[in-house]
Write a protein that binds this ligand. Structure first.
Ligand code: ATR
Length: 264
């Protein structure tokens, strides 16, 4: 039986095994997908295990999306530019790093019927997922990308990967068409201390978090009459892209898929 894994730290709350095993069963594939918590020093041995074919494929989550790169043989162009890998395939003896977060975010936005072309987007946060979001938004031809992060230096570091990024001090606000919460604020009911009440109408409030399904940030956007969306569709489609890479099959996404991931 083929073995697939997601590695990260923490990893307890990952819903990837639930979704990938559901799709494996649905497609009659004789394989199993597990999660494993790794420490930094364990990555090298783990990679050797993939090469010995004990593991057929792997997802990578926080905090290893960047550090894993030095152990891989090749990167997809998307993984190269974002310096972020969330999926590993084993191709003709080479470990290849891919980034399917980009396609996940891209699909999620396209399904929303909110055209971001020529629009101004404010991103809150500069953590692991932000380079993928920037990559996808640039491909959608947004007009302006503004990053605001508590640690300003981390926002500035993104300028090494991408040009034309504006940086805004944490706590300040500017006008936008779409605002994205890419911080971890909201995972445990935290609020974001920004006053969005004097903005115009018809904005999109997007949260990468999907559990809880409505963070304070999204509740606030909804209360002010804006469109809101959580990160569940992005999560499902990044997983779908990984499944396609490993099994060459496009798994089904329907209301049952969304229900499967409801645990709040
Ligand atoms: P990592 O930073 O290791 O990539 P992440 O979960 O991808 O982890 O990112 C966490 C994001 O939430 C970061 O942008 C972080 O800001 P810092 O770079 O300043 O750490 C942000 N974040 C976490 N707690 C926060 C808080 N209490 N206030 C504001 N931002 C916070």
């Amino acid at each position: 039986m083929k073995k697939y894994l997601v590695i990260g730290n923490p990893i307890d709350h990952s819903l990837s095994p639930k979704l990938q095993n559901w799709w494996l069963k649905e497609n009659n594939i004789n394989a199993k997908y597990d999660k494993i918590k790794l420490e930094n020093h364990e990555i090298k041995n783990f990679i050797q295990d993939i090469k010995k074919q004990k593991i057929a494929g792997c997802n990578v989550t926080v905090p290893f999306k960047k550090t894993i790169i030095s152990f891989l043989d090749k990167l997809s162009p998307e993984a190269e530019q974002t310096q972020s890998v969330n999926t590993i395939t084993f191709d003709h003896g080479d470990l290849v790093g891919h980034n399917t977060d980009i396609a996940g975010f891209d699909t999620a936005i396209k399904k929303l019927n909110f055209n971001v072309e020529g629009k101004k987007v404010l991103i809150l946060g500069a953590g692991g997922v932000v380079p993928s979001i920037i990559f996808a938004l640039k491909n959608m031809n947004v007009q302006e990308l503004i990053i605001s992060n508590r640690t300003r230096e981390k926002a500035e570091n993104l300028r090494v990967l991408f040009d034309n990024l504006k940086i805004l001090d944490w706590g300040d606000l500017t006008d936008f068409h779409m605002v994205i919460n890419a911080t971890s604020l909201g995972l445990n009911n935290e609020t974001i201390d920004l006053d969005f009440s004097s903005l115009g109408q018809d904005k999109l409030f997007y949260d990468v978090i999907y559990n809880p399904h409505e963070t304070h940030f999204l509740k606030m956007g909804k209360q002010l009459g804006h469109k809101i969306e959580n990160g569940k569709t992005m999560f499902i489609y990044q997983a779908l892209e990984a499944f396609k890479l490993w099994h060459n099959i496009v798994p089904k996404v329907n209301t049952d898929t969304f229900k499967l991931l409801d645990n709040d």
